[in-house]
Design a protein around this ligand. Sequence first.
Ligand code: DI6
Ligand code: FE
Length: 405
Amino acid sequence: MQDWDLLLTDASIATMSSGGAAYGIIEDAALAVVDGQIAWLGAMADLPALHARETVSIDGRWLTPALIDCHTHLVFAGNRAAEFEQRLKGATYEEISRNGGGIMATVSATRAADASTLAGQTASRLQLLMAEGCATIEIKSGYGLDMQTEIRMLEVARRVAASCGISVRTTFLGAHAVPVEFCGKADAYIDLVCEEMLPAIHESQLADAVDAYCEPIAFSTEQVGRVFQKASSLGLPVKLHADQLSDSGGAELAASFNALSADHLEYTHFNGVKALAKAGTVAVLLPGAFLTLGETKLPPVNQLRDESVPIAIATDCNPGTSPVCSIRTTMALATSLFRLTPEECLAGVTRNAARALGLNDRGRLEVGMRADIAAWDIGHPQELSYWIGTNELTDLYVAGRRPGQ
Ligand code: DI6
Ligand code: FE
């Protein structure tokens, strides 16, 4: 009989499988791992008598899928606290951006930072997310806006995640803002993104997907459409910052390219929601940005529910609109700001976040899935969206191993 590498016993398990009981709960359960994958899970009473190389009693605590932060801008230099203060004195995000601040301020700082400085700052943020149970994280470029710095950002993202022992999905966000060299020539910059940057990024295999910022202060649907056309022709999946500050038709555009996800969606209208549903595109909601910008226009949560659009939530960690390095706080914010239920929040950082990244091997605890597992000292998984500022994580397994061991 084949040995198990790891056996976790005496646990309550929230599998987060869809369709069954709430949270997919199995009480008084065990879970076995072979070769980094879940080989068995079920009630302790049904546990087959196989030998395990390591057995860990969970002592009645809870296991959930390890968490997934599916939208971050973790690689950047400096911060924008001064701009934050300006906004609280009355300046708007758009005004600051149109006056050369905003994203462009972070672009200058990031271009000036060498790889090891960027890696150090990124690693600190990544460790905060891991300490809260994240085992997979998406990281975007987009603060370089030139070939050299965009590539440096993607390399740093991959390197830092590998050294911390967690999974990363990298996203090329060259169409994040128009760089100063192209001031007033957004179309020419999009030419550069399509004709030079995307082929080079594809060739280097540094990006798993392509994103863009579709807003009047950034790029039009026509410009983003060109980027997505090129990305699709190279076989790269797309996702979009859509309808955050205005209804720019972003959700429909994302859906028309079968995007993995459309993110933000505060201003998305019903037709956009319908289009997402038809395309199977995940709606990624970002309450940290909503909070930081003091937004009042809520994303169409009820329509997303009614149309069965999968909802994920993410930190959007970035220095301008979401200086949030906590997935747990993000879950709590999604309940209070967007009225998502704690179960929807947990699905939003597990099952649906995996789907937003095009990953079908994680985000649920089922036989054959990666053994990315978080253990928590809680009485029920709804507590994960309830407490603010606590950390009940007791163990994290990434492909069946504790990172760093
Ligand atoms: N994500 C983004 O990329 C933009 N807003 C958002 O929520 C801009 C981020 C920034 O201001 O640096
Ligand atoms: Fe973002």
